[in-house]
Design a protein around this ligand. Sequence first.
Ligand code: ADP
Ligand code: MG
Length: 730
Amino acid sequence: MQRSTRLVRVLGDAAKKLEKARGLGTVGDLLEFLPRRYIDANTSGRLSEFTVGETAVLVATVVSAQTRSMRNRRGRMLEAVIQDADGTTARLVFFRAYGHDSRLLPGVRALFRGKLDAYRGGWQLSHPDYTLVDGEDDTVYEGGLVPLYLNIPGVTDMQLTQSMRLVLDQLDDADDPVPPDVRDRRDLVDQPTAYRLLHLPRSMAEVGRGKRRLRYDEALVVQTALAQSRHRYDAEEAVPRRPLAGGLLAAFDERLPFELTPGQQRVSEEIAEDMARSRPMHRLLQGEVGSGKTIVALRAMLAAVDAGAQAALLAPTEVLAQQHERSIRAMLGDLAEAGMLGGAEHATGVALLTGSMPRGQRERVLLDIATGPVGIVIGTHALIQDQVMFADLGLVVVDEQHRFGVEQRDVLRSKALRPPHVLVMTATPIPRTVAMTVFGDMDTSSLTELPRGRQPIASHVVPASRPAWLERAWTRLAEEVGHGHQAYVVCPRIGDADDGARESDVEVETDAEEYADEEPAETPRELHGVYETLQRLREEPALRGLRVEMLHGRMTPEDKDAVMRAFGAGEVDVLVSTTVIEVGVDVPNATAMVVLDADRFGISQLHQLRGRVGRGSAGGLCLLVTESDNPDTVARLEAVAGTTDGFALADLDLELRREGDVLGASQSGRRSGLRLLRLTHAKDIELIEQAREDAGALVTEDPDLLRHPALAELVRSRLDDEQAAFLERG
Ligand code: ADP
Ligand code: MG
């Protein structure tokens, strides 16, 4: 029997329930279905640990049991009393005694799992699942450790354990994806043993050893994929692109109204060196919002144009693409007006390409891109659609990496005849472990200081439970506008024009859903929506006479663009929006931001949002409004208010959020596929570093893993999953 063997062939009909409830179709799927936790049948699980209404899991002894007939039903019921290790008792009832009366005899010990009810001042379990832990089922739990799984209707934990044993006893010694010498060096058990230790443990120490092995597997698969992709990049031939002396870049530098910061100079040199090589650049540029990445990227694009090539800038949204185009045109001035009257000597063409452009216009742009007069193309993912052909694509800049999957980057790379140089920019500071895991195939550069003259942002948490505070927040907003500045008000949802609440109106860009289940105890309430807030602010006395507009993802691209233009031109005082403004929107005159339901956003997201204010020379103000009085929630917001160090916040974010949220589909295109690894745990960080070293060595020796077919297969299936996830997202 192999991992790929269908479970039906091993377990018969029982397999259907596993498939239906948890999608477990193969032996491998079953083995990967790991216990949620373990309890020690000898010591743990006491009635006093649970409250009425909860699902109790405990080992108890049957002290008495009898069957009797019922008044208004046929058949006999079983009534028993069980006693836990503390001596606490509970009543047990089965309305159909048959099958239970022969097993639940006085003196028998069993693991019970069921909903705890109150019954005449005591406790009761009605027809719980149970497993005898000694006597007839004795062989199931050898060491008294009972693995508990996610519930599968109609299948008890004990039956699962029995299935695991059946499968493990027959599993063929397939190739272990981790070579023996690596296992020895890292003190890891082989794979079948790992599953045995996790599903049939005799001690928690065994569980630990099993987990360590599977964590290592996860790390090794990721690191191997990264090592292979790095190896491929290194083997590719790119065209070196060096700037012309006295060319476009030089002309641009001459006009720059400021000096580059030392960091910008350093990073620019790194990029220039990369681009001058005949192997494609593959570099990640990290830097706080406002640290000046865009200038650095633009200079690289100009260098590419100088070298006779084209450069493409990919933005995650249309709003951002449009904004990039505007600011790049503004920065270039007549250097962007190639072929036009008044164009400068070294001028190039700049074109915007988005999905919503009218067809005719789009076709003209496509033609210009294909034939060459356009040196710089700015666009959304429409850029990577099939019809787009470049005359000679030399550099791809991807803005805000978190919104793009790796696959998209790769599609764009494939647009070039020879692999282009690739620069990826991210404003979200990435903790080292994440960088190692998600961007491990790239070189990294960081801009750590902000350009001089930038003023700090003052942030405060505003408890909305006190109306006077919220009132004060609107007054502060009005004061900022009174000083000639502008402000944002951010809401977690769009809401409806007629304000009937709709299910579907959560803006995709928010973290609202990820955080939604964090505070189950709080009464659900309506989150602030853009429409409702717009209405409210237009009626708010403190804001009387101010021009308030809105921006959100359900507006047409033209409307969005019009609002952004008006805001950029200072014709709108207060912009009520969803997180569409999160990434990169740049209006230096906007100095204040109020985030409503701030608790609904992630730490990094708040930090990112806050970066929208204080971009000019005036100090910024950010008010984080929350209706929550949950101490953890407030502490999280206070942490954001207390520091503007993005790396510190990123680490904190990683600690507080579940792994899947940090690396999940919403942020990284499901890049990590991590289940057991915790990127914040010191032990796992060490494991990742070891796996990185091992993967590097394996791939250097055997790039296509021909001598390691099991590992190759694992990497392939992981990449397939990614591919599938990518296609799903469309
Ligand atoms: P990022 O893309 O990292 O968010 P930008 O490149 O958009 O940052 O820069 C933010 C603002 O700072 C822009 O208005 C830009 O013109 C300005 N800026 C960039 N570099 C410098 C510098 N060296 N000195 C002064 N201002 C700068
Ligand atoms: Mg930017």
